[in-house]
Write a protein that binds this ligand. Sequence first.
Ligand code: SAH
Length: 531
Amino acid sequence: MTLESTPRIGTVYLIGAGPGDPGLITVRGMELLSTCDVVVYDRLAHPSLLSHARRGAEKIYVGKASAQHAMRQPDINALLIANALEGRSVARLKGGDPFVFGRGGEEAEECRAAGVPFQIVPGVTSAIAAPAYAGIPVTHRDAASSFAVITGHERDDARESGTRAPGEAEGRRNWVHIAHAADTLIFLMGVEALPEIASRLQENGRDSETPVALVQWGTWAQQRVVSGTLATIVEDVRQAGLTPPAVCVVGEVVKLRPALQWFESLTTSPLNGKRILVTRAREQASELSELLRAKGAEAVEFPVIRIAPLEDCTAIDEALGNLSTYDWVLFTSINAVPIFAERLSKLNLDARAFHGIKLAAIGPATADAVRRHLGIRADFVPTEAVAEAVLGQWPDPEMSGKRILFPRALEGRETLPEQMRARGAVVDVLPVYETLYDSESGEEMRRLLNEGRVDAITFTSASTVQNFALAVSIPSQSLAETVGKTRIVAIGPVTAAAAREFGLVVDLVADEHTIPGLATALETLWSPPHV
Ligand code: SAH
């Protein structure tokens, strides 16, 4: 092997993804996530974080819901090391903090043994964050001056690691010690072992009236909390049907929850706690995601399309050179505006090039983009983003003979230009970008759909539907089967028609064909019926 062909060894970054809320990853973690070649993640890392991975990064899922199906720890270690030895940088994204029951220590040891460099990026642990989002401070001057974080399920922990025989760790636990380890006891992996935890703590001197709370999916939109006392909690949890993952907090601090609970009451919107897929291009997703999050929903961004400026700019440059020959420039999509604006500036031109030319923007978001990128207020924004409204409300009394420049996608629909031409306008369609298929989220999207963990999918254009179908298709299964009970919501009739072509049942079409209109429409899906 020559020196050149010896790959340099990549670094493994053990990154704390935080407890769930994607905003709770650290700045350093996010930085690394967006630059690494491979992302290895499990179930407790929020799926939205994956959309921040570098384009083209390989994403490998290693954790399934039940221990039996999880990739075994030795295989995970081998995977990390093999990738690093091939010269790839590896983001090992782990729920919470990598060194709090995360097997981070073991993974780091294995890296060291294999001569693979590693770095640790601590994370916000669920042990503290889940109680915090439930309004339970783990310490408080009047209620607790210490806390301990304890595993509730040593057996499974040991079995998964493959280092101990099943049952070996059982009975080894020193419950006297655990019961008095600190004022506040925090159990992770404690749901299945809850009966044992509750009874052992009482047997070993914790008062049966000690308050207890379980926080399930803490910091996620689906967070649920059940509280009781050591005497009642097993029955309380059984009745509520609470399942893992959950953090169990034992101690006087739990009493503060009624006064300090905040997260569950942030919003009264019916979208609270719903998980909604956003399939728009990454660059455009944030507006919808933010609206949904403001209503308490969990927006999961799985872009299926990607906006790419055309490489060959000759036609754009030519049109910009002849701008003064046009009466109107028409933007129907927010995507065309920044690309057009950037080309303008590359040619050393600015807003003055539009002198005497009118601007039409279809939809308020497009009008906003025109203002932001070109510094121009649109002369015409139709009340509705459909061809009839554009033509019906067109401000020039006479369209005939007018020259209209129409910068848009390469593969746009011909309806509008054709109808304008039918009225005598001269329309120059100018492709400035193309919509490319983005398949990066396909596998993860399929997984969440199969697990039944998605409440609704939003489609904002026909191309999001087509590419979604492409991204999640399973040969043996129709798209409708893959989607299952998940609701389908379309921004407008054209998008809805595209979804129906794929055999999907569209549950809702937004009345107002805008992103805010779509967010409002979503709320009606779960509103109590009017009487
Ligand atoms: N390293 C992680 C813990 C991994 S052990 C951390 O620091 O948070 C896995 C356990 O963590 C789960 O069984 C559950 O008890 C807890 N857990 C992780 N995320 C959680 C969340 N969002 N809500 C409640 N419990 C969570």
